[in-house]
Design a protein around this ligand. Structure first.
Ligand code: GLY
Length: 303
């Protein structure tokens, strides 16, 4: 184990069109400090990513876990995925209700089942089998926002822009073994038909990690991100020789130019190169690399 390897973490709490609140920035700072202490103690990148996302899901400050948006029938159905870059192992949950930490369920699916993804009631029962905490209450503001947005009419992207500032949480990390990992978790966006699934549980869509390329967690409108397989594309560009920043910039520009999709990404490769990049006005997130740490709601903006 390379004890002197420089540990790096990047985290996001969603890209969007509104400035982050102080509570969100404070939460991200705490999340990063927790993650880095896991890595310093020899925990894996997967352990750090899972724990950091659990903290954001539990905070209620982001659109994930207890802060999830509600679907049009008033239910929270959440998506999450996690992946590691050494053996390309991955786990995901789609459209799951009733569990507090979808990312923990995704990790269990990866570790304990023969599958990659479980959905809906099957995912909930799988989580319950492993005694995952139940999600009991959800902020009803999400439902009010859905109703407001339904009244306003117009296309999906414009509704999304008008209603919500930030969406989706995610994390990437490299551990002392030099393995990278990525994870994402979301309550979707608004308005959503019951059963809608976004990019966050799609391996290669919203999450990807390959030691030969890079780790990626996406944020933005899933309906656009899935169609361009953005997370995998960033990792592939990186494997083919681009820096993670160039790779992410190219993929995010392609998403914008090809199908008018705006998004944000965090990326990290085995050399510890990372970036936080977005084509939205804001993206709340942060990183730590050695002694350098920053938390903000704007990073590298493309276009
Ligand atoms: N990026 C999260 C979603 O569209 O569901």
């Amino acid at each position: 184990m390379a004890k002197n390897r420089e540990l790096v973490i990047a985290v996001h709490g969603g890209a969007g069109f509104k400035k982050a609140k102080k509570g969100q920035l404070d939460c991200i700072e705490e999340v990063i400090r927790t993650g880095i202490s896991i890595l310093r103690d020899g925990g894996s990148g997967l352990d750090a990513v899972e724990k950091m996302i659990i903290l954001m899901e539990d905070s209620g400050l982001f659109n994930a876990g207890s802060g999830s948006h509600l679907q049009m029938d008033g239910a929270a159905r959440m998506d999450a995925s996690i992946m590691e870059g050494k053996d390309l192992m991955a786990g995901a949950v789609a459209s799951v209700s009733g569990i507090a930490n979808p990312i923990a369920c995704a990790r269990l699916i990866m570790d304990k089942s023969l599958h990659i993804m479980l959905a809906g009631e099957g995912a909930r029962r799988f989580g319950a089998h492993y005694n995952l905490r139940e999600l009991r209450s959800i902020d009803k503001e999400g439902l009010k926002a859905v109703k407001r947005s339904l009244d306003s009419g117009g296309d999906q992207a414009r509704l999304y822009k008008s209603v919500y500032g930030c969406e989706t949480v995610g994390a990437v990390a490299i551990d002392l073994e030099g393995n990278i990992a990525a994870g994402s978790s979301t309550g979707g966006f608004s308005p959503m038909l019951p059963g809608r699934v976004g990019d966050s549980p799609i391996i290669g869509g919203g999450t990807y990690a390959d030691n030969r390329g890079c780790a990626v967690s996406m944020t933005g409108l899933g309906e656009k991100i899935i169609r361009c397989s953005v997370a995998k594309e960033i990792s592939t560009f990186s494997e083919l020789g681009d820096s993670v920043s160039i790779a992410a910039g190219k993929a995010i520009m392609r998403l914008l130019k090809r199908i008018d999709g705006r998004a944000g990404a965090i990326t990290l490769n085995r050399d510890g190169e990372y970036c936080l990049i977005h084509s939205t006005d804001f993206m709340v997130g942060g990183f730590i690399k050695g002694k350098k740490m920053a938390v903000a709601d704007q990073f590298k903006r493309v276009l």
